[in-house]
Design a protein around this ligand. Sequence first.
Ligand SMILES: CC(C)(COP(=O)(O)OP(=O)(O)OC[C@H]1O[C@@H](n2cnc3c(N)ncnc32)[C@H](O)[C@@H]1OP(=O)(O)O)[C@@H](O)C(=O)NCCC(=O)NCCS
Length: 156
Amino acid sequence: MTLKVKRLFPEDLPLLEECAELERRFLPEEAWSVESFRSESAKENGYVLAVFDEDKTKTKNIIGCLTASKILDEGELTTIVVAEQYRNKGAGRQLLQALLKMTGKISLFLEVRESSSAREFYRKNGFTEIGKRKNFYRNPEEDAILMKLSFKEEVC
Ligand SMILES: CC(C)(COP(=O)(O)OP(=O)(O)OC[C@H]1O[C@@H](n2cnc3c(N)ncnc32)[C@H](O)[C@@H]1OP(=O)(O)O)[C@@H](O)C(=O)NCCC(=O)NCCS
């Protein structure tokens, strides 16, 4: 598997549609619409990154995507998803590393469901837990854990 990350822009509409489809399948409770992906990709400080498996020859070859935004030296990671069959092969980490290369030195924040196994993924990538928001999520109702990656603790 050869992984490659690309930042998407509004003109990459078919790829933005693939990202929306990926979220509908693998992150249905927080899936963004195609329009949300498009408008984020149009912002100077909005990031939509997709990771591809270059060894795949099919047209539909996005295996994961990430959305984030940046204000001054702080960023927020809003979503990250990797297709189930490609997990634990480094695609999620590559997306994070590519984001931090593009944003420069920032502190990166995120919220994650308390029960989500993604908390371990974030910990393994240098994030620490800094707080909790009570009943932040709906369907089902659940607390959010706030996590932070300081720019000194870059992804290894
Ligand atoms: C979270 C997610 C994006 C991780 O992507 P991934 O490509 O599987 O992650 P990587 O292969 O880069 O893993 C990096 C490290 O995190 C660990 N890791 C990844 N997912 C993990 C999980 N669910 N539980 C425990 N550890 C995990 C890996 O084992 C690896 O550890 P290592 O450094 O010791 O080898 C993916 O599991 C996913 O899409 N989950 C569903 C969507 C979701 O919950 N997103 C987060 C909320 S927005």
